[in-house]
Design a protein around this ligand. Structure first.
Ligand SMILES: Cc1cc2nc3c(=O)[nH]c(=O)nc-3n(C[C@H](O)[C@H](O)[C@H](O)COP(=O)(O)OP(=O)(O)OC[C@H]3O[C@@H](n4cnc5c(N)ncnc54)[C@H](O)[C@@H]3O)c2cc1C
Length: 378
């Protein structure tokens, strides 16, 4: 959509047959909403999502908490809240926006299987129902996710590591807000059994549950185990209605360069982080805005070297404000020692209750600080 806004023609090749409705990211941070607002996209997301004016870290089941109220950053953003809304809704809104736009062709069921580039062009070969077809353009953007073919074709190592635990995302229609007092719409919880998060969406709650590293995916998502874990959060002897359950492994990985020649990487193709703090999808959107700005200028005649500024601005911020921040969030929440948890909660309570400290904390956790840092990098 952004490229089309700059009147740059786009061919988009998607391996799957349709937009995925898989439940993945669900948090939009304030600056992402600020970026999407001029296109009318934020208003549509807000219509379909749930505004979260605050979020919290809490002890479970005691309920002692540190509540972060985003109104303290009202002077820093037009959207001083987190928006809980499924990422698939954004994808559908964007696809709808492009219907009838002559500048954009979307080709489903067309996995990219080869990549070539020369001084003056780049090309991809796609597999369309068993037939190979090659398309040329001035640039190729690899937005093909964690297993990116484009990244591999560039021979870019995806340096980093995989976290030991299996995470299971469980969605349930159970109204936790009616049974657990004082919840926000986003809650990061410590419990004697471990840690979990409770994130509310418009029609259901999403729980991130964590399991021992030695459990297989099948064992982790077994009905009995998931029910037992939900019952530890709140007893519901009739059994939880489970709308969706999805196991996944969490990685922390980053490429050294977001560009080689006429080929660029954005989103999960370039970086992966723990979902703690909900920054993966947001970071990819921030990449797209940053890159499009530069690509549009190069398209109209600026020197291609401008594209290196994209890596210079995004990579350090992705590393410090997304990967390392998400890692710190994860470490805090995976702390098991009760005394260390109590100290951590006390610190967070002081920060949350002190407007200047809360603002500083929220500028970082809401990804505003990182974007400001990036903008300063020449
Ligand atoms: C279970 C789960 C939960 C998550 N929760 C959160 C969260 O709470 N908050 C958050 O911010 N992030 C979360 N994430 C991460 C978030 O979903 C990703 O950061 C985001 O989807 C990245 O977007 P992307 O467009 O870069 O990649 P993707 O969304 O992976 O999109 C890549 C697309 O490329 C297509 N593709 C792949 N290979 C090819 C090929 N060779 N040719 C053509 N097309 C191809 C794929 O089919 C896919 O449609 C979660 C991820 C998972 C898996």
């Amino acid at each position: 959509m952004l490229l089309a806004e700059h009147e740059i023609p786009v061919l988009l090749f998607e391996a799957e047959g349709d937009i995925s409705d898989d439940l993945r990211a669900s948090t939009f941070h304030p600056p992402t909403l600020d970026m999407l607002a001029p296109f009318g996209i934020s208003a549509l997301l807000i219509e379909q999502g749930l505004i979260c004016p605050n979020w919290q870290i809490r002890m479970h089941p005691g309920g002692e908490n540190a509540v972060f109220d985003l109104s303290v950053i009202a002077d820093d953003t037009g959207h001083p809240y987190r928006l809980q809304c499924e990422q698939a809704k954004l994808a559908r809104i964007l696809a709808d926006r492009l219907v009838g736009n002559d500048l954009v062709e979307i080709h489903f069921n067309c996995p990219v299987v080869d990549l070539q580039q020369a001084d003056d062009r780049a090309a991809v070969t796609v597999d369309r129902g068993g037939e190979r077809e090659t398309y040329q353009g001035r640039f190729v953007i690899g937005a093909d996710g964690a297993g990116s073919f484009v990244r591999q074709a560039l021979d870019f190592p995806f340096e980093g590591m995989t976290y030991p635990e299996t995470t299971v995302l469980v969605s349930t229609s159970y109204p936790f807000e009616e049974h657990i007092e004082g919840l926000s719409n986003v809650n990061y919880c410590w419990s004697p059994e471990g840690n979990f998060s409770l994130l509310r969406l418009k029609d259901f709650w999403r729980c991130s549950l964590y399991y021992d590293p030695d459990l297989t995916f099948d064992a982790a998502i077994a009905e009995s185990r998931v029910q037992a874990q939900l019952n530890e959060i709140h007893p519901h002897p009739d059994g939880y209605e489970i709308v969706d359950r999805r196991p996944y492994r969490v990685h922390q990985r980053l490429v050294k360069n977001f560009r080689r020649g006429r080929v660029l990487l954005v989103g999960d193709a370039a970086h992966l982080s723990s979902p703690s703090g909900g920054m993966g999808l947001n970071g990819g959107i921030h990449d797209a805005f940053n890159l499009t700005d530069k690509l549009a200028r190069v398209w109209r005649g600026a020197d291609q070297a401008l594209l290196d500024q994209y890596t210079r601005q995004r990579r350090p911020v992705v590393e410090s404000a997304i990967l390392q921040q998400a890692d710190r969030n994860r470490k805090r929440m995976t702390e098991k020692d009760p005394a260390a948890r109590a100290r951590s909660l006390a610190e967070m309570q002081i920060i949350a209750a002190t407007p200047a400290l809360a603002r500083e904390h929220l500028l970082k956790s809401s990804m505003i600080h990182g974007l400001r840092q990036a903008a300063e990098i020449p």
